[in-house]
Design a protein around this ligand. Structure first.
Ligand code: BGC
Length: 766
């Protein structure tokens, strides 16, 4: 028996070896008896092209016509950017005809069946370019965390539609957007690409962004699935977390984004989770994503996150992206071999191809094919306005003593210091890098300060806060670069107001070592604030930073990375043309000692074969403000915090059952003399949860001076429940629950108590 089975395997291996000499997609069907024979279909004989039918039916009809080779063709991606200016030399790099130059990825189409190619580009804030001598120049939204700071889902969707449109008109039909990983590690170099620390806020904001992108006949990803919480050892780190904590934190964020955005694709992460690579995790991909959430699209690897053929295929991976980043072309000929050997069933390959086709049909890739690069037809003026609206609502006013802001009409002399604010605003680095419109051909308005290689260059968008302010005030506005601290302090003495632009560049692949502003900027701010109490600090950071100078300055604005209209947005907030309405989507700690991990875990010196562990069960689902609540630590600024030039009152909370959850109603009044927007938060508290309370819902309200409105917030039943891992259901325990109307995680205004009977939350219909 043993010999027979062995010889059968040996025979199959020989057969497969003969097959792999020719690329998979060039094979005839003769070697694979299980395949349907291809029929040369005239366009009229393509029933799947009936746009009115359901995407699943269309995918099934088309799949029937496909050979195994053609199915395999769909699951294997190339990296088309030129090798010489890539991250580090890529061993297996090859150019690919039909791809778009300097793009993130490419999967060739199948002409015989009219299947379009997949032209992939990064990322979440616009059409990115890798580092090249002549990158694409496009509109950049503010960073993902900035959009989360708007607490305005409609803006997130409009922004998504804008970048989706630019992707489409640039010749792309897959946008590697939808970045989200809860901020467990405030030093994570990619927090700027994500949407904060709370599952509801993050899920809704990213979900709406994905929805916007996909309204433009472009598939959006949702990434990086999951627990890709830091960059140190990102390729190898094994994040350990119990299932209940996982479901109630990062996975809940993804679950909500999936429901809201219906992404065509999910990008599995580099890291390991509970022992398995995320792209080989049966639990994450097959069980959670596909079975429990009913995800109909496909799972693609992050670039270099593929590690196997059979194991990954069985775990639920559907497509290998940019294969040159992997050690081997796992979903190339090796997958065909695995099918021929019986290690991967033809049904699994059908499932992969069907999922990809479903996403392509559902998002209009067949019915509205991209027509190459038509970037000259982009309405950049309209897009700049979208980016500006997002940037404006993202700005968080953290401090405003003596009403230093908005700048008074009587101010005659303003000094701006630092961060190249004379020419532009900073952006975050790495694969998501968009080079801004209006920049010189190399995309750089400031000579790169990072150095060669990935994740550089350090890019400033050509949107000068200095010029934008000069255009809006009769005051004299001058600029100093701030490199000479003494000179800056001396100049500050003669100014009515000093505005220090402080920056922290964060980028993919690098965590920041601590939460301090780099390059002695704390000393600069301190010296300037000592010289002039009318000092305003504008922070351009990827996430939270410490502010040892805070008591000395008059005002502080968190502007994040504000995108290609950032200079205007900041100036409009400084002058009061725009009333700030951003709220922190992440807690700003007072010190790293308050964090679950005072030091970033891992060791950058480890090689790709190491297997470091990180224990996410320290905080479990108590991420961010929940951790602070639970430990009683007082942050520098709490989650949800933000001031306004106006004053708002919220009261009259009443709570009633609604569907499976609750509805909270209350009144919001603008008691100030300026029109403005505020955010009402509803927190909920129940027994046996990961932390004293959770954000249950929120709404952003816009009010004229003196105006009042009744606001309504619905609370998702999952936020009143805990996840029962045995039955895989959300269960609400019987008892009294507190529902709190609040203006941040630290300021509760009113509390109501409701009794809920014990029950299981009915799962959503897929
Ligand atoms: C990043 C992804 C990105 C991909 C393609 C990877 O390094 O982690 O977010 O989409 O590259 O550029």
């Amino acid at each position: 028996m043993t010999t027979q089975a062995g010889s059968h395997k040996w025979h199959a291996a020989l057969l497969a070896a003969a097959v792999i000499a020719v690329p998979a997609w060039a094979q005839t069907t003769n070697n694979a008896p299980q395949e349907a024979r291809a029929t040369a279909a005239a366009p009229s004989a393509r029933p799947w092209m009936t746009a009115k039918s359901d995407p699943s039916e269309r995918a099934t009809l088309l799949l029937k016509e496909m050979t195994l080779a053609e199915k395999l063709h769909l699951v294997f991606g190339y990296f088309p950017s030129k090798a010489e200016w890539q991250r580090s030399p890529i061993k297996n790099w090859e150019s690919h005809p039909g791809s778009l130059p300097d793009s993130a990825g490419f999967v060739p189409g199948i002409e015989r069946l009219g299947i379009p190619a997949q032209w992939q580009t990064d990322a979440g804030i616009g059409v990115a370019s890798p580092r090249t001598p002549t990158p694409r120049l496009r509109t950049a939204l503010p960073s993902g965390i900035a959009t989360a700071a708007t607490w305005n889902p409609a803006l997130a969707e409009t922004g998504g539609a804008m970048i989706g449109r630019e992707a489409f008109l640039s010749g792309f039909n897959v946008l590697l957007a939808g970045g989200m990983n809860l901020v467990r590690e405030p030093r994570n170099g990619r927090n700027f690409e994500y949407s904060g620390e709370d599952p509801l806020l993050s899920g809704v904001i990213t979900g709406r962004q994905i929805k916007g992108v996909q309204s433009q006949h472009v598939i959006s990803t949702m990434k990086h699935f999951a627990f890709n919480g830091q960059e140190t050892n990102r390729f190898i780190m094994d994040h350990r977390i119990g299932e209940q904590a996982a479901r109630q934190s990062d996975l809940l964020a993804f679950e909500i984004a999936h429901e809201v955005g219906q992404p065509g694709a999910v990008m599995c992460a580099y890291n390991r989770v509970n022992g398995a690579y995320a792209c080989e995790s049966d639990w994450l991909l097959n069980q959670v994503l596909k079975r429990d959430w009913g995800f109909k699209g496909y799972v693609m690897t992050d670039w270099g996150a593929g590690h196997s053929t059979t194991q990954a295929a069985q775990a639920g991976l559907d497509q290998e992206s940019g294969w040159a980043f992997d050690r081997s072309p796992y979903f190339g000929d090796a997958l065909r071999e695995a099918v021929n050997n019986g290690h991967v069933s033809p049904a699994r390959v059908d499932d992969m191809a069907r999922r990809i086709l479903w996403a392509m049909f559902a998002n209009g890739l067949f019915d509205h094919p991209v027509a190459g690069d038509r970037a000259e037809t982009i309405d950049y003026a309209a897009h700049a306005a979208v980016a500006r609206a997002d940037a404006e609502e993202a700005i968080v006013l953290l401090k405003n003593d003596r009403q230093l802001l908005p700048l008074a009409k009587s101010v005659r002399n303003v000094l701006i210091v630092g961060a190249h604010a004379d020419v532009g605003v900073l952006s975050g680095g790495g694969s998501s890098q968009v080079y801004g419109r209006g920049a010189p051909p190399d995309g750089l308005v400031v000579a790169d300060e990072y150095g060669k290689g990935f994740p550089g260059p350090k890019v400033y968008h050509p949107s000068s806060p200095l010029k934008a302010l000069q255009a809006r005030t009769t005051a004299r506005v001058t600029y100093l670069d701030g490199k000479d601290v003494k000179a800056a302090a001396a100049a500050a003495r003669g100014a009515d107001v000093v505005i220090v632009f402080a920056e922290q560049w964060t980028a993919e692949s690098l965590d920041v070592p601590d939460l301090s502003l780099p390059d002695q900027q704390d000393a600069l701010i301190d010296a300037v604030a000592r010289a002039n109490a009318n000092t305003v600090v504008v922070l351009q950071t990827g996430g939270p930073v410490l502010m040892p100078w805070l008591p000395k300055v008059g005002a502080t604005l968190q502007a994040w990375y504000s995108g290609t209209s950032g200079g205007d947005a900041i100036a409009r907030v400084l002058t009061g043309e725009v009333n700030p309405s951003g709220r922190l989507p992440v807690t700003f700690p007072a010190s790293v000692q308050q964090l679950p991990r005072p030091v970033v875990e891992g060791d950058a010196a480890l090689d790709r074969d190491a297997h470091p562990l990180s224990n996410y069960d320290i905080e479990g689902a108590a991420v961010g403000y929940k951790w602070f609540d639970k430990t009683g630590a007082k942050p520098l600024f709490p989650f949800g915090y933000g001031l306004s030039y106006s004053e708002f009152a919220m009261k009259g909370l009443s709570v009633a059952p609604a569907g499976q959850g609750l509805t909270a109603r209350f009144t919001v009044t603008n008691r100030g003399s300026r029109a403005g927007k505020t955010v009402a938060h509803i927190y909920v508290a129940g027994a046996g949860w990961e932390a004293p309370r959770r954000l249950g819902g929120f709404t952003k309200v816009s009010l004229a001076p003196g105006e009042s409105t009744t606001a309504e917030v619905t609370i998702d039943p999952r936020l009143l429940a805990t996840f029962d891992t045995a039955t895989r259901t959300w269960r609400i325990a019987g008892g009294d629950y507190r529902v709190m109307l609040a203006s941040s995680a630290a300021l509760t205004l009113e509390t109501a108590t409701v009794h809920l009977d014990a029950r299981t939350v009915e799962p959503r219909k897929h």
